[in-house]
Design a protein around this ligand. Structure first.
Ligand SMILES: Nc1ncnc2c1ncn2[C@@H]1O[C@H](COP(=O)(O)OP(=O)(O)OP(=O)(O)O)[C@@H](O)[C@H]1O
Ligand SMILES: [Mg+2]
Length: 407
Protein backbone atom coordinates (compact mmCIF):
# COMPACT_ATOMS: atom_id res chain seq x y z
CA UNK A 1 0.00 0.00 0.00
CA UNK A 2 2.85 2.37 0.96
CA UNK A 3 4.49 1.65 -2.47
CA UNK A 4 1.27 2.37 -4.29
CA UNK A 5 0.85 5.65 -2.45
CA UNK A 6 4.35 6.69 -3.29
CA UNK A 7 3.90 5.67 -6.96
CA UNK A 8 0.71 7.73 -7.08
CA UNK A 9 -1.12 4.67 -8.53
CA UNK A 10 -3.18 4.03 -5.43
CA UNK A 11 -6.47 5.67 -6.51
CA UNK A 12 -6.50 3.81 -9.83
CA UNK A 13 -5.96 0.25 -8.68
CA UNK A 14 -6.82 -0.04 -4.98
CA UNK A 15 -10.40 -1.14 -5.60
CA UNK A 16 -9.20 -3.89 -7.97
CA UNK A 17 -6.46 -5.00 -5.65
CA UNK A 18 -8.27 -4.99 -2.32
CA UNK A 19 -11.86 -5.19 -3.54
CA UNK A 20 -14.10 -4.63 -0.48
CA UNK A 21 -11.43 -5.21 2.14
CA UNK A 22 -10.21 -1.57 2.24
CA UNK A 23 -11.52 1.84 3.16
CA UNK A 24 -10.36 5.46 3.29
CA UNK A 25 -8.96 6.35 6.72
CA UNK A 26 -11.39 8.30 8.84
CA UNK A 27 -8.57 10.13 10.64
CA UNK A 28 -5.81 10.90 8.09
CA UNK A 29 -6.70 12.35 4.67
CA UNK A 30 -5.52 10.29 1.64
CA UNK A 31 -4.58 7.38 3.94
CA UNK A 32 -6.01 3.88 3.52
CA UNK A 33 -6.90 1.03 5.84
CA UNK A 34 -7.33 -2.64 4.95
CA UNK A 35 -7.33 -6.06 6.49
CA UNK A 36 -6.65 -9.54 5.18
CA UNK A 37 -5.76 -13.08 6.04
CA UNK A 38 -2.23 -14.20 5.27
CA UNK A 39 -2.13 -17.96 5.25
CA UNK A 40 1.64 -18.27 5.09
CA UNK A 41 2.27 -16.17 8.20
CA UNK A 42 2.86 -18.14 11.46
CA UNK A 43 1.74 -21.76 11.78
CA UNK A 44 -1.78 -21.46 10.53
CA UNK A 45 -1.85 -17.95 9.02
CA UNK A 46 -2.58 -14.57 10.61
CA UNK A 47 -5.07 -11.75 10.20
CA UNK A 48 -3.43 -8.38 9.66
CA UNK A 49 -4.85 -4.87 9.81
CA UNK A 50 -2.76 -2.25 8.10
CA UNK A 51 -2.88 1.45 7.38
CA UNK A 52 -0.86 3.42 4.86
CA UNK A 53 -0.57 7.22 5.00
CA UNK A 54 1.34 9.55 2.56
CA UNK A 55 4.19 11.71 3.75
CA UNK A 56 4.22 15.16 2.05
CA UNK A 57 6.83 17.90 1.86
CA UNK A 58 6.14 21.59 2.40
CA UNK A 59 4.87 21.97 -1.18
CA UNK A 60 2.38 19.20 -0.62
CA UNK A 61 4.19 16.69 -2.83
CA UNK A 62 4.24 13.02 -1.78
CA UNK A 63 7.72 12.09 -0.78
CA UNK A 64 7.10 8.86 1.06
CA UNK A 65 4.56 6.80 2.95
CA UNK A 66 4.22 5.19 6.37
CA UNK A 67 2.58 1.83 6.68
CA UNK A 68 1.66 0.20 10.00
CA UNK A 69 0.67 -3.42 10.44
CA UNK A 70 -1.32 -4.87 13.31
CA UNK A 71 -1.95 -8.55 14.07
CA UNK A 72 -5.73 -8.86 14.69
CA UNK A 73 -5.93 -12.67 14.57
CA UNK A 74 -7.19 -12.99 18.15
CA UNK A 75 -9.94 -10.44 17.58
CA UNK A 76 -10.96 -12.19 14.36
CA UNK A 77 -11.08 -15.62 16.07
CA UNK A 78 -13.21 -14.14 18.85
CA UNK A 79 -15.44 -12.43 16.26
CA UNK A 80 -15.99 -15.63 14.32
CA UNK A 81 -16.72 -17.57 17.55
CA UNK A 82 -19.24 -14.85 18.41
CA UNK A 83 -20.80 -15.07 14.97
CA UNK A 84 -21.06 -18.85 15.30
CA UNK A 85 -22.66 -18.52 18.72
CA UNK A 86 -25.02 -15.89 17.34
CA UNK A 87 -26.01 -18.20 14.50
CA UNK A 88 -26.62 -21.00 16.94
CA UNK A 89 -28.77 -18.72 19.10
CA UNK A 90 -30.73 -17.62 16.05
CA UNK A 91 -31.28 -21.24 15.08
CA UNK A 92 -32.48 -22.06 18.59
CA UNK A 93 -34.78 -19.03 18.58
CA UNK A 94 -36.16 -20.11 15.22
CA UNK A 95 -36.76 -23.62 16.52
CA UNK A 96 -38.43 -22.29 19.64
CA UNK A 97 -40.60 -19.93 17.63
CA UNK A 98 -41.76 -22.82 15.47
CA UNK A 99 -42.49 -24.92 18.56
CA UNK A 100 -44.37 -22.00 20.13
CA UNK A 101 -46.43 -21.50 16.97
CA UNK A 102 -47.24 -25.20 17.08
CA UNK A 103 -48.29 -25.02 20.70
CA UNK A 104 -50.24 -21.89 19.99
CA UNK A 105 -52.30 -23.51 17.30
CA UNK A 106 -52.91 -26.56 19.53
CA UNK A 107 -54.04 -24.21 22.27
CA UNK A 108 -56.30 -22.32 19.88
CA UNK A 109 -57.89 -25.60 18.78
CA UNK A 110 -58.29 -26.51 22.44
CA UNK A 111 -59.95 -23.20 23.24
CA UNK A 112 -62.28 -23.60 20.26
CA UNK A 113 -63.23 -27.09 21.43
CA UNK A 114 -63.81 -25.78 24.91
CA UNK A 115 -65.95 -22.92 23.65
CA UNK A 116 -68.04 -25.39 21.69
CA UNK A 117 -68.41 -27.56 24.77
CA UNK A 118 -69.31 -24.56 26.88
CA UNK A 119 -71.94 -23.49 24.37
CA UNK A 120 -73.44 -26.97 24.43
CA UNK A 121 -73.39 -26.96 28.22
CA UNK A 122 -75.14 -23.59 28.38
CA UNK A 123 -77.73 -24.87 25.93
CA UNK A 124 -78.29 -27.99 27.99
CA UNK A 125 -78.47 -25.89 31.12
CA UNK A 126 -81.16 -23.61 29.75
CA UNK A 127 -83.10 -26.66 28.53
CA UNK A 128 -82.85 -28.08 32.03
CA UNK A 129 -83.96 -24.79 33.56
CA UNK A 130 -86.99 -24.76 31.32
CA UNK A 131 -87.79 -28.32 32.26
CA UNK A 132 -87.36 -27.48 35.91
CA UNK A 133 -89.75 -24.55 35.67
CA UNK A 134 -92.30 -26.83 34.01
CA UNK A 135 -91.82 -29.35 36.79
CA UNK A 136 -92.36 -26.70 39.44
CA UNK A 137 -95.62 -25.50 37.86
CA UNK A 138 -96.82 -29.06 37.38
CA UNK A 139 -96.03 -29.78 40.98
CA UNK A 140 -97.84 -26.62 42.06
CA UNK A 141 -100.87 -27.69 40.07
CA UNK A 142 -100.77 -31.11 41.64
CA UNK A 143 -100.48 -29.76 45.17
CA UNK A 144 -103.15 -27.21 44.44
CA UNK A 145 -105.64 -29.71 43.10
CA UNK A 146 -104.85 -32.01 46.00
CA UNK A 147 -105.39 -29.25 48.53
CA UNK A 148 -108.54 -28.10 46.77
CA UNK A 149 -109.81 -31.63 46.48
CA UNK A 150 -109.30 -32.40 50.15
CA UNK A 151 -110.89 -29.16 51.33
CA UNK A 152 -113.69 -29.70 48.85
CA UNK A 153 -114.25 -33.27 50.04
CA UNK A 154 -114.24 -32.24 53.67
CA UNK A 155 -116.65 -29.40 53.02
CA UNK A 156 -118.85 -31.61 50.88
CA UNK A 157 -118.89 -34.35 53.50
CA UNK A 158 -119.82 -31.97 56.28
CA UNK A 159 -122.42 -30.27 54.12
CA UNK A 160 -123.94 -33.59 53.17
CA UNK A 161 -124.09 -34.83 56.78
CA UNK A 162 -125.72 -31.65 58.03
CA UNK A 163 -128.01 -31.19 55.07
CA UNK A 164 -130.39 -34.07 55.88
CA UNK A 165 -130.99 -33.40 59.60
CA UNK A 166 -131.36 -29.69 58.88
CA UNK A 167 -133.89 -30.59 56.21
CA UNK A 168 -136.17 -32.45 58.56
CA UNK A 169 -135.61 -30.01 61.43
CA UNK A 170 -136.67 -27.24 59.07
CA UNK A 171 -139.80 -28.99 57.86
CA UNK A 172 -140.74 -30.24 61.35
CA UNK A 173 -140.26 -26.73 62.57
CA UNK A 174 -142.93 -25.48 60.20
CA UNK A 175 -145.31 -28.15 61.51
CA UNK A 176 -144.43 -27.32 65.11
CA UNK A 177 -145.24 -23.66 64.51
CA UNK A 178 -148.67 -24.49 63.16
CA UNK A 179 -149.34 -27.08 65.96
CA UNK A 180 -148.37 -24.50 68.58
CA UNK A 181 -150.76 -22.05 66.94
CA UNK A 182 -153.55 -24.61 67.35
CA UNK A 183 -152.59 -25.29 70.97
CA UNK A 184 -152.59 -21.58 71.84
CA UNK A 185 -155.97 -21.22 70.18
CA UNK A 186 -157.30 -24.12 72.25
CA UNK A 187 -155.79 -22.62 75.40
CA UNK A 188 -157.49 -19.31 74.72
CA UNK A 189 -160.78 -21.16 74.22
CA UNK A 190 -160.33 -22.89 77.61
CA UNK A 191 -159.56 -19.57 79.27
CA UNK A 192 -162.75 -18.07 77.82
CA UNK A 193 -164.73 -21.11 78.98
CA UNK A 194 -163.35 -20.76 82.53
CA UNK A 195 -164.87 -17.30 82.87
CA UNK A 196 -168.37 -18.67 82.25
CA UNK A 197 -167.88 -21.54 84.73
CA UNK A 198 -168.53 -19.35 87.80
CA UNK A 199 -166.53 -19.69 90.99
CA UNK A 200 -166.08 -23.40 91.41
CA UNK A 201 -163.02 -25.00 93.06
CA UNK A 202 -161.91 -26.48 89.76
CA UNK A 203 -161.68 -23.02 88.22
CA UNK A 204 -159.63 -21.78 91.18
CA UNK A 205 -157.24 -24.66 90.89
CA UNK A 206 -156.84 -24.06 87.17
CA UNK A 207 -156.08 -20.38 87.81
CA UNK A 208 -153.54 -21.30 90.49
CA UNK A 209 -151.87 -23.74 88.09
CA UNK A 210 -151.77 -21.08 85.40
CA UNK A 211 -150.02 -18.65 87.71
CA UNK A 212 -147.60 -21.33 88.95
CA UNK A 213 -146.69 -22.41 85.42
CA UNK A 214 -146.45 -18.78 84.20
CA UNK A 215 -148.67 -19.57 81.26
CA UNK A 216 -149.12 -15.87 80.39
CA UNK A 217 -145.35 -15.48 80.19
CA UNK A 218 -145.06 -18.65 78.09
CA UNK A 219 -147.61 -17.27 75.64
CA UNK A 220 -145.43 -14.22 75.16
CA UNK A 221 -142.04 -15.94 75.21
CA UNK A 222 -142.71 -18.99 73.05
CA UNK A 223 -143.24 -16.95 69.85
CA UNK A 224 -139.93 -15.12 70.54
CA UNK A 225 -138.11 -18.41 71.08
CA UNK A 226 -139.62 -19.77 67.91
CA UNK A 227 -138.55 -16.71 65.94
CA UNK A 228 -134.96 -16.90 67.17
CA UNK A 229 -134.75 -20.61 66.51
CA UNK A 230 -136.06 -20.10 63.02
CA UNK A 231 -133.34 -17.53 62.34
CA UNK A 232 -130.79 -20.03 63.64
CA UNK A 233 -132.03 -22.81 61.41
CA UNK A 234 -132.15 -20.53 58.36
CA UNK A 235 -128.54 -19.53 59.06
CA UNK A 236 -127.39 -23.13 59.36
CA UNK A 237 -129.11 -23.93 56.08
CA UNK A 238 -127.34 -21.02 54.44
CA UNK A 239 -123.96 -22.16 55.76
CA UNK A 240 -124.55 -25.65 54.43
CA UNK A 241 -125.55 -24.22 51.06
CA UNK A 242 -122.41 -22.03 51.04
CA UNK A 243 -120.23 -25.00 51.87
CA UNK A 244 -121.72 -26.84 48.94
CA UNK A 245 -121.27 -23.81 46.67
CA UNK A 246 -117.74 -23.33 47.87
CA UNK A 247 -116.64 -26.87 47.33
CA UNK A 248 -118.42 -27.24 44.01
CA UNK A 249 -118.29 -30.92 44.67
CA UNK A 250 -120.85 -31.92 42.15
CA UNK A 251 -118.85 -30.62 39.22
CA UNK A 252 -115.24 -30.91 38.13
CA UNK A 253 -113.69 -27.46 38.08
CA UNK A 254 -115.17 -25.97 34.97
CA UNK A 255 -114.93 -22.59 33.36
CA UNK A 256 -118.16 -20.74 33.85
CA UNK A 257 -119.49 -17.20 34.17
CA UNK A 258 -119.83 -16.42 37.86
CA UNK A 259 -120.94 -13.60 40.08
CA UNK A 260 -117.79 -12.95 42.11
CA UNK A 261 -119.52 -10.85 44.80
CA UNK A 262 -121.74 -13.83 45.55
CA UNK A 263 -118.72 -16.14 45.56
CA UNK A 264 -116.95 -13.86 48.06
CA UNK A 265 -120.02 -13.90 50.31
CA UNK A 266 -120.23 -17.67 50.41
CA UNK A 267 -116.47 -17.87 51.02
CA UNK A 268 -116.79 -15.40 53.89
CA UNK A 269 -119.45 -17.60 55.47
CA UNK A 270 -117.12 -20.56 55.26
CA UNK A 271 -114.18 -18.73 56.89
CA UNK A 272 -116.35 -16.75 59.27
CA UNK A 273 -115.17 -18.79 62.22
CA UNK A 274 -111.54 -17.96 61.55
CA UNK A 275 -112.25 -14.26 61.24
CA UNK A 276 -115.12 -13.24 63.46
CA UNK A 277 -113.18 -13.12 66.73
CA UNK A 278 -110.34 -11.08 65.24
CA UNK A 279 -111.79 -8.53 62.86
CA UNK A 280 -114.84 -6.80 61.46
CA UNK A 281 -115.38 -7.33 57.77
CA UNK A 282 -116.34 -4.27 55.78
CA UNK A 283 -117.71 -5.04 52.33
CA UNK A 284 -117.52 -2.37 49.63
CA UNK A 285 -118.68 -4.24 46.55
CA UNK A 286 -119.04 -2.59 43.18
CA UNK A 287 -121.49 -3.76 40.53
CA UNK A 288 -119.74 -6.66 38.79
CA UNK A 289 -120.58 -8.28 35.48
CA UNK A 290 -120.31 -12.08 35.31
CA UNK A 291 -116.69 -13.16 35.05
CA UNK A 292 -115.48 -16.22 33.18
CA UNK A 293 -113.50 -18.22 35.72
CA UNK A 294 -113.13 -21.40 37.73
CA UNK A 295 -115.38 -20.21 40.56
CA UNK A 296 -114.26 -22.69 43.21
CA UNK A 297 -110.62 -21.74 42.60
CA UNK A 298 -111.31 -18.00 42.83
CA UNK A 299 -113.15 -18.72 46.08
CA UNK A 300 -110.04 -20.53 47.25
CA UNK A 301 -107.90 -17.47 46.50
CA UNK A 302 -110.25 -15.12 48.36
CA UNK A 303 -110.29 -17.55 51.27
CA UNK A 304 -106.47 -17.57 51.44
CA UNK A 305 -106.31 -13.78 51.38
CA UNK A 306 -108.98 -13.31 54.03
CA UNK A 307 -107.48 -15.94 56.35
CA UNK A 308 -104.01 -14.41 55.91
CA UNK A 309 -105.49 -10.97 56.68
CA UNK A 310 -107.10 -12.32 59.86
CA UNK A 311 -103.83 -13.95 60.92
CA UNK A 312 -101.97 -10.65 60.39
CA UNK A 313 -104.16 -8.86 62.92
CA UNK A 314 -102.68 -8.55 66.40
CA UNK A 315 -104.35 -8.98 69.78
CA UNK A 316 -106.63 -5.94 69.29
CA UNK A 317 -109.69 -6.30 67.11
CA UNK A 318 -108.92 -5.26 63.55
CA UNK A 319 -110.64 -4.53 60.28
CA UNK A 320 -110.68 -6.27 56.92
CA UNK A 321 -112.02 -4.43 53.91
CA UNK A 322 -113.18 -6.34 50.88
CA UNK A 323 -113.66 -4.18 47.82
CA UNK A 324 -114.57 -5.06 44.25
CA UNK A 325 -114.91 -3.08 41.05
CA UNK A 326 -114.67 -3.02 37.27
CA UNK A 327 -111.93 -1.39 35.26
CA UNK A 328 -111.66 -1.59 31.48
CA UNK A 329 -112.15 -5.25 30.50
CA UNK A 330 -111.27 -6.53 33.97
CA UNK A 331 -112.65 -6.82 37.46
CA UNK A 332 -110.60 -6.28 40.58
CA UNK A 333 -110.90 -7.57 44.12
CA UNK A 334 -108.98 -6.04 47.01
CA UNK A 335 -108.52 -7.54 50.46
CA UNK A 336 -107.09 -4.98 52.87
CA UNK A 337 -106.24 -5.47 56.52
CA UNK A 338 -104.95 -3.13 59.19
CA UNK A 339 -102.64 -5.81 60.57
CA UNK A 340 -98.90 -6.17 60.96
CA UNK A 341 -97.80 -5.47 57.38
CA UNK A 342 -95.02 -7.49 55.73
CA UNK A 343 -91.31 -6.68 56.23
CA UNK A 344 -89.57 -5.46 53.05
CA UNK A 345 -87.17 -8.41 52.92
CA UNK A 346 -90.04 -10.90 53.23
CA UNK A 347 -92.22 -9.47 50.42
CA UNK A 348 -90.25 -11.07 47.54
CA UNK A 349 -90.70 -14.52 49.10
CA UNK A 350 -94.35 -14.63 50.11
CA UNK A 351 -95.45 -16.23 46.82
CA UNK A 352 -92.81 -18.97 47.11
CA UNK A 353 -94.18 -22.44 47.80
CA UNK A 354 -93.73 -23.45 51.44
CA UNK A 355 -92.61 -19.99 52.53
CA UNK A 356 -94.29 -19.21 55.83
CA UNK A 357 -93.51 -17.07 58.85
CA UNK A 358 -96.09 -18.90 60.91
CA UNK A 359 -95.16 -21.43 63.59
CA UNK A 360 -94.89 -25.11 62.67
CA UNK A 361 -98.34 -26.60 62.20
CA UNK A 362 -99.97 -23.22 61.75
CA UNK A 363 -99.19 -22.49 58.10
CA UNK A 364 -97.94 -24.61 55.25
CA UNK A 365 -96.82 -21.59 53.22
CA UNK A 366 -98.85 -22.77 50.25
CA UNK A 367 -101.77 -20.33 50.36
CA UNK A 368 -100.23 -17.51 48.34
CA UNK A 369 -98.26 -19.75 46.00
CA UNK A 370 -101.43 -21.64 45.07
CA UNK A 371 -103.31 -18.37 44.72
CA UNK A 372 -100.60 -17.05 42.43
CA UNK A 373 -100.87 -20.15 40.23
CA UNK A 374 -104.67 -19.85 40.08
CA UNK A 375 -104.55 -16.18 39.11
CA UNK A 376 -101.93 -16.92 36.45
CA UNK A 377 -104.16 -19.64 35.05
CA UNK A 378 -106.87 -16.97 34.74
CA UNK A 379 -104.39 -14.64 32.97
CA UNK A 380 -104.88 -12.23 35.82
CA UNK A 381 -102.61 -10.41 38.20
CA UNK A 382 -102.00 -10.46 41.92
CA UNK A 383 -100.20 -7.56 43.60
CA UNK A 384 -99.37 -6.68 47.14
CA UNK A 385 -98.98 -3.31 48.78
CA UNK A 386 -97.91 -3.27 52.38
CA UNK A 387 -96.81 -0.85 55.09
CA UNK A 388 -95.24 -2.17 58.27
CA UNK A 389 -97.50 -1.59 61.26
CA UNK A 390 -100.28 -0.18 59.06
CA UNK A 391 -101.52 -3.15 57.06
CA UNK A 392 -101.55 -4.91 53.74
CA UNK A 393 -103.61 -4.88 50.56
CA UNK A 394 -103.70 -7.76 48.11
CA UNK A 395 -105.24 -6.81 44.78
CA UNK A 396 -106.47 -9.31 42.21
CA UNK A 397 -107.22 -8.29 38.64
CA UNK A 398 -109.10 -10.78 36.44
CA UNK A 399 -110.08 -10.43 32.81
CA UNK A 400 -113.82 -10.65 32.18
CA UNK A 401 -113.31 -13.28 29.51
CA UNK A 402 -110.70 -15.89 28.76
CA UNK A 403 -109.62 -15.69 25.14
CA UNK A 404 -108.83 -19.39 25.00
CA UNK A 405 -110.78 -21.03 27.74
CA UNK A 406 -110.43 -24.50 26.25
CA UNK A 407 -106.93 -24.54 27.65
N1 LIG B 1 -102.07 -9.98 54.92
C1 LIG B 1 -100.84 -10.33 55.33
N2 LIG B 1 -100.21 -9.61 56.30
C2 LIG B 1 -98.98 -9.95 56.74
N3 LIG B 1 -98.27 -11.00 56.27
C3 LIG B 1 -98.82 -11.75 55.31
C4 LIG B 1 -100.13 -11.48 54.79
N4 LIG B 1 -100.42 -12.38 53.83
C5 LIG B 1 -99.34 -13.21 53.77
N5 LIG B 1 -98.39 -12.86 54.66
C6 LIG B 1 -97.06 -13.48 54.84
O1 LIG B 1 -96.82 -14.36 53.75
C7 LIG B 1 -96.52 -15.66 54.19
C8 LIG B 1 -96.98 -16.67 53.19
O2 LIG B 1 -98.39 -16.70 53.11
P1 LIG B 1 -99.13 -18.00 52.62
O3 LIG B 1 -100.59 -17.77 52.63
O4 LIG B 1 -98.51 -18.44 51.33
O5 LIG B 1 -98.72 -19.08 53.69
P2 LIG B 1 -99.22 -19.23 55.19
O6 LIG B 1 -100.40 -18.36 55.44
O7 LIG B 1 -98.03 -19.02 56.07
O8 LIG B 1 -99.64 -20.76 55.23
P3 LIG B 1 -100.98 -21.43 54.55
O9 LIG B 1 -101.71 -20.34 53.86
O10 LIG B 1 -100.43 -22.45 53.61
O11 LIG B 1 -101.71 -22.01 55.67
C9 LIG B 1 -97.18 -15.76 55.56
O12 LIG B 1 -96.56 -16.72 56.37
C10 LIG B 1 -97.01 -14.33 56.08
O13 LIG B 1 -95.72 -14.15 56.63
MG1 LIG C 1 -102.09 -18.35 54.11
Amino acid sequence: MADLIVDGAMIDIISDLYQNAYRNSLIIPEAYEAEGFFSRLGTSGRWLFFTAAPLKNSEGKIVGAIETLQDITERKVAESALLKAQLEVEEIVEQRTAQLADMNSTLRRDVERREQLEYELTKRNSELNLLNAKLVTTQEHLVQSEKLASIGQLAAGVAHEINNPIGYIFSNYGMLESYLGSLFEMLNAYEDAEKSCGDSDIVKELQARRVALEVDFLKEDIPDLMKESKEGIVRVRKIVQDLKDFSHVDAKPEWSFANLNQGIDSTLNVVNNEVKYKADIIKEYGELPLVQCLPSEINQVVMNLVVNAAHAIGPDRGKIWIRTGVENESVWIEVTDNGSGIPKEVVPRIFDPFYTTKPVGKGTGLGLSLSYGIIQKHRGQIDVHTVIGKGTTFRLVLPLKQTDKAE
